[in-house]
Design a protein around this ligand. Structure first.
Ligand code: ADP
Ligand code: ZN
Ligand code: MG
Length: 519
């Protein structure tokens, strides 16, 4: 411990120096004009773990974590003579995921052995799909730099199994040894391979966000990147604009957040342009992202890449997903995010922006819709959820499901605001109290309910005061600028400390101002 503590400043100084050197060696050379000469090209390979109860080819529980090497059996340990049996649910999830990203399903697909030797894969091969994957030719829509919708092609979606995990640190003898945990061995995966259709790091970020959103809606995966349920490799190349052929690609492996993937792609684009501008040549290789340093490192050259010697898996028959089974599976397809947004915009007259926020997670959208059906104005419920509530949740560091204000509370608040029984100022104060005290809206409202002034005489008195004090605005109103009425409403609200009944106030302000006649 002491040794490490003493060394820390030195390590961090070294890292700083490395970073400065990296920035200097690229940023000084690469002007916007130079960068603009190049066209980046990116294709993604995304691995997604499926949420089946058991593993892909055996009955072991499919569950993250657990005591190492306890979720294993002869099949997933690759013991001689043990035979794989395909998990029906994994096929259903693969079909659902594939259909949700607009792929065609191949009626008869074939499992193949991908042969390689690595300690975390005891069989010496991975069961995957090669030339006859279960699904092909899909697409996911993203917005390009100009905000226009653009389809990113999905080359294929195939089924395979995950490998175990190598544990390189955390043990007393970790310097000398690597430990293996095979619990993950045989976890069902789909790999989703995109066409090289992506052009910017932002498009990459958007594609991944869209893909994750769709997969979460279908329920086939929890897409938890920290636990490795969703993993992404980014293939990046650059070419001169107008060139006929793509440049040589480098593959950035296993970056564990979308933000880091965006940063890694951005870094990689500039690195490759730097290499070419210096008269060099990009080498085909795998690279690793180092988030601490904000750069990628060469991991292994693809020139010496393995030949996987694919051949059809002799222990599994071809997989047939006929029309009937497909139709059966499609019954489980929920309404997908894009369709849901369009419907919600039409049904509740909410903005595109609000619809996007509300549908980002399926559960959130479900809760909104349940509330919207009970409320006087769904639009107001949407506004309340996406602005006032979201903001307070963020400030308090809470997830939506931890909100002190229940959905019934939201409906109540929205209805009170809609009918004009409480002003927006009071509404905000009441919500503040809900979050301070951790109480639901109904309780806070009952206790703190504002003494509303609905007495027309009292409100008229305040309006007269405000009119007398603001001759310039009165003149504007009389000159035809009717929107100035809002100014008077606001002023009276201030004078009344937010207690004037908004509905009554609005009506009286217009009446009084109109009574003055035009000039
Ligand atoms: P490999 O044979 O090296 O695995 P593939 O042709 O199978 O390469 O493509 C793997 C991934 O790399 C796909 O997502 C594809 O879109 C992407 N890709 C292929 N060529 C390029 C390129 N020149 N630049 C960027 N991405 C590419
Ligand atoms: Zn097993
Ligand atoms: Mg390939």
């Amino acid at each position: 411990m002491q040794k490490a503590g003493g060394r820390a400043p030195c390590v961090s100084l070294c890292l700083t120096l490395v970073r400065i050197r990296v920035i200097m060696s690229t940023a000084t050379a690469l002007t916007p004009e130079i960068l603009a000469k190049y066209q980046p090209v990116i294709g993604l390979e995304v691995h997604v773990q499926l949420l089946t109860a058991s593993k892909a080819f055996c009955g072991c529980v499919n569950q993250y974590g657990g005591e190492p090497n306890t979720h294993v059996c002869p099949t997933c340990l690759g013991l001689p003579g043990a035979l794989p049996v395909l998990n029906r649910r994994a096929v259903e999830f693969a079909v659902l995921a594939a259909k949700a990203i607009n792929c065609e399903i191949r009626e008869t697909s074939v499992f193949s052995r991908k042969n390689y030797f690595y300690p975390d894969s005891p069989k010496g091969y991975q069961i995957s799909q090669f030339d006859k994957p279960i699904a092909e030719n899909g697409w996911i829509e993203v917005l390009d730099a100009a905000g226009m919708p653009k389809r990113i092609g999905v080359t294929r979606l195939h089924m395979e199994e995950d490998a175990g995990k190598s544990i390189h640190d955390g043990f007393a003898d970790s310097v000398a040894k690597t430990y293996i945990d095979l619990n993950r061995c045989g976890t069902p995966l789909v790999e989703i391979v995109s066409e090289p259709d992506l052009r910017t790091a932002d498009e990459v970020f958007e594609y991944l966000t869209k893909l994750k959103e769709i997969l979460l809606y279908t329920g086939v995966s929890d897409c938890n990147m920290e636990e490795g349920s969703l993993r992404c490799d980014a293939n990046v190349s650059v070419m001169l604009k107008g060139a006929k052929e793509y440049g040589t690609k480098a593959e950035v492996k296993n970056v564990n957040s979308f933000r880091y993937i965006r940063a890694a792609v951005e870094y990689e684009i500039e690195r490759q342009i730097g290499v070419i501008e210096d008269g060099g040549r990009v080498v085909q290789e795998s690279r690793l992202w180092n988030s601490g340093e904000g750069r990628t490192y060469s991991m292994r050259s693809k020139e010496q890449a393995h030949d996987y010697r694919y051949f059809p898996e002799p222990d599994l028959p071809p997989l047939v997903v006929g029309a009937e089974w497909q139709a059966e599976i499609l019954k489980q397809m929920p309404e997908l995010p894009e369709a849901r947004r369009a419907r919600m915009i039409a049904e509740y007259e909410i903005s595109t922006q609000d619809a996007a926020t509300l549908t980002a997670e399926r559960e959130f959208a479900d809760r909104f819709e349940a509330a919207a059906k009970k409320a006087k104005s769904p639009k107001r419920v949407a506004a309340l959820l996406t602005s006032e509530l979201t903001m307070r949740l963020r400030l308090a560091g809470l997830e939506p499901e931890q909100s002190p204000v229940s959905m019934d509370g939201v409906v109540m608040a929205a209805d009170l605001a809609e009918s004009g029984e409480i002003s927006s100022k009071i509404l905000k104060q009441l919500l503040d109290i809900c979050f301070e005290k951790g109480e639901d809206f109904a309780a806070v409202y009952e206790r703190e309910k504002p003494q509303q002034i609905s007495d027309t005489g009292a409100i008229e008195g305040m309006i007269d005061e405000v009119i007398a004090a603001n001759p310039k605005q009165v003149e504007q109103y009389r000159g035809g600028k009717k929107t100035v009425a809002a100014f008077f409403v606001g002023q009276v609200m201030r004078v009344s400390k937010g207690q004037a009944n908004p509905a009554v106030l609005n009506e009286l302000v217009t009446k009084k101002l109109d009574a003055l006649g035009p000039i």
